[in-house]
Design a protein around this ligand. Structure first.
Ligand SMILES: NC(=O)C1=CN([C@@H]2O[C@H](COP(=O)(O)OP(=O)(O)OC[C@H]3O[C@@H](n4cnc5c(N)ncnc54)[C@H](O)[C@@H]3O)[C@@H](O)[C@H]2O)C=CC1
Ligand SMILES: O=C(CO)COP(=O)(O)O
Ligand SMILES: [Zn+2]
Length: 333
């Protein structure tokens, strides 16, 4: 079953239409899940809970029976936590992103932990451009990394179809790839005035490709494996590095598109173009800018294929030497 959002608002002051949207959906008593930095945008008179005060493992369903819906208001983690709670309770979820850092704002996926899992797409997305425009620049740069990812994700998906016969949808692949190509072209050829709005639209569309494909395949390939591997290592070594999902994916995309170029002459220059688009929005393109040690980048590249059962250009893994070579050639290290 494909579930996609029923209402999508992407405009200035959209947040003030929240109660209208709730009314249209016949919802009266939502619980708002938000963060301490984003609570200020919660102008409505509903109960609030902070996402970082919820233990998703010890989560008691009975405490939430009085709510008929959940609103996730904030960045990726607030939205993911809200989506998960709504799914566990079997009630509708409304996504109110306060920034545009990844496509979780519209996707049916929860990726608080790996492996991520399918839940249900938000019933409504209320993207207030005034709020998003004012969000930290770093988060808006990270969003570009989650969009360029679609390029390598689709190349990987096609490769898996060709080499191991994985089910593949050309329409989902084209949709996903086009979203990325259009944003890259816009970023490289404009003064970025409309960037926040275009980014939000792209991320929402990207989330919808995941709903249609019923898999994150169109938006998550080897570049996401690399990002998930970094998250895994940061936790394992207890490192206090606050690199963002989208930032890591962007750097992963530079390296993975280079790997694809090595196997396909027609892709020559792709990695450089992706890097330029990331640079234009001030997203990090090097380990140093990510504030991650070079050795950690190499280790992540060598373990990325083990993160989940997803066949990509990394196939059954790459050696330490190969990892170093691609990170150096792409000037990530
Ligand atoms: N479901 C999905 O498909 C996906 C979900 N995710 C989720 O997203 C998380 C990462 O999300 P991010 O947004 O990168 O990080 P985050 O959610 O940790 O947010 C970073 C910081 O930005 C703050 N913030 C957000 N909007 C703000 C605003 N307008 N003004 C001031 N501060 C603001 C947040 O409060 C937070 O402190 C992952 O941990 C994962 O749970 C990531 C990718 C895809
Ligand atoms: O981040 C995502 C898509 O951008 C979700 O993908 P994953 O399935 O890799 O968690
Ligand atoms: Zn992502």
């Amino acid at each position: 079953m494909i579930v996609i959002p029923r209402y999508i608002l992407i405009k200035e002051n959209a947040i003030y239409q929240t109660t209208d949207i709730l009314k249209k959906l016949n919802l009266k008593n939502p619980l708002v899940i938000t963060g301490k930095n984003t609570k200020k945008y919660c102008k409505f008179d509903f109960d609030i809970q902070y996402y970082d005060e919820i233990d998703i493992d010890e989560f008691e369903v009975s405490k939430y029976y009085k709510y008929d819906s959940i609103i996730g208001l904030g960045g990726g983690r607030a939205i993911d936590t809200g989506k998960l709670i709504a799914y566990k309770l079997g009630i509708p979820f409304l996504s109110i992103p306060t920034t545009a850092s990844n496509d979780g704002i519209a996707s049916p996926i929860v990726s608080i932990r790996q492996p991520s899992f399918m839940t249900e797409a938000p019933i409504a997305i209320i993207a207030d451009i005034n709020i998003i425009k004012k969000s930290p620049k770093r988060l808006l740069s990270a969003g570009m990394g989650d969009i360029v990812s679609n390029i390598t994700a689709v190349l990987d998906w096609k490769l898996a179809h060709r080499e191991i016969g994985e089910e593949y949808s050309e329409s989902s692949a084209i949709f996903s790839k086009t979203i990325a190509k259009e944003l890259i072209d816009y970023v490289l050829n404009s003064n970025l005035e409309e960037y926040p709005k275009k980014l939000v639209k792209s991320l929402i569309a990207s989330g919808i490709t995941i709903s249609i494909a019923h898999s994150s395949r169109p938006a998550s390939g080897s570049e996401h494996l690399f990002s998930h591997a970094l998250d895994h290592l940061k936790k394992e070594y207890d490192l206090k590095i606050n690199s963002l999902h989208g930032e890591q994916c962007g750097i992963g995309t530079i390296m993975m598109s280079y790997l694809h170029e090595l196997e396909n002459e027609k892709l020559k220059g792709l990695s450089e173009k992706i890097k330029l688009s990331l640079k234009k929005v001030n997203a990090p393109t090097t380990a140093k800018e990510l504030e991650i040690d070079e050795d950690l980048i190499i280790e992540a590249l060598t373990i990325a294929h083990k993160i989940r059962n997803r066949y990509t250009i990394l196939r059954h893994g790459i050696s330490k030497e190969k990892a170093k070579e691609i990170a150096e050639k792409t000037e990530v290290i």
